[in-house]
Design a protein around this ligand. Structure first.
Ligand code: DX5
Ligand code: ZN
Length: 224
């Protein structure tokens, strides 16, 4: 029985080889793909939008885990998110730091209405108590273990305390959210997040890179 859900992030792919990377992940029986959307505003990088998402969902059966590292300016939350609500998009994460209060509430409502997991992420410098009141209404919490924006950065250790704390809060209150971690997961760090009590592990450079020779072995380590 696999203990952890593994969601490879395709941000670290060579985009000219995206098809070959997705084929390898499919062959390795990966169920979830983590799709990082960046806006050159909330984070200093720009990645992909709804078009590449539709090319993926129209050609593969992966469940899509969208990680939106964006601020919403000049749009309602609903209008901004609508183009991303495509076949097999099962979970959408937005950042606590990127949204105002109204946007955050609109986001949770939007997910509920569209039958999608509402997921909130916090950056390494944001404490759990900031999002405490939203926890009963969320299906997933994404603990960023690097500052968002780029693949291949080093794991920030204090994220482990946040994972433990989220576990405690969940147990005490009987909340239902899953705990996800994203950033710097590799050979040296995966065990520590598993032990801290994570449910879903995102990995970019450790799993998505055409040079990797032992993909299935790496996936099975992360799956526990
Ligand atoms: C970073 C992204 C991550 C990234 C992870 O801002 O949210 O999903 O692709 O890459 P690694 O696993 O290489 O840190
Ligand atoms: Zn991500």
């Amino acid at each position: 029985m696999k203990k952890y859900i593994v969601a490879p992030s395709i941000l670290t792919a060579n985009f000219l080889e995206l098809k070959s990377d997705l084929d390898k992940l499919k062959k390795a029986k990966i169920k979830w793909i983590h799709y990082d959307v960046m806006d050159y505003n909330f984070v200093p990088n720009l990645s992909f939008g709804p078009k590449i998402l539709s090319d993926i969902v129209n050609n593969y059966d992966f469940k899509m885990d969208l990680h939106l590292m964006v601020k919403i300016v000049g749009f309602s939350v609903e209008d901004y998110l609508k183009p991303f609500i495509q076949k097999n998009v099962k979970q959408v994460t937005m950042h606590y730091e990127a949204l105002n209060k109204k946007q955050l509430i609109d986001f949770i409502k939007f997910c509920k209405k569209n039958n999608i997991n509402a997921s909130l992420s916090i950056n390494p410098n944001t404490e759990i108590n900031k999002i405490k009141k939203y926890l009963p209404n969320l299906q997933n919490i994404l603990v960023m273990s690097v500052n968002p924006g780029f693949g291949g950065q080093s794991f920030i250790k204090k994220s482990l305390d946040k994972i433990r704390l989220l576990n405690e809060i969940r147990n005490t209150n009987n909340y239902q959210y899953l705990i996800q971690v994203d950033g710097g997961i590799n050979e040296d760090t995966y065990k520590s997040v598993q032990e801290a009590g994570v449910d879903m592990i995102v990995a970019g450079s450790y799993l998505v890179d055409s040079k990797i020779k032992n993909l299935e072995e790496r996936i099975s380590k992360l799956e526990g």
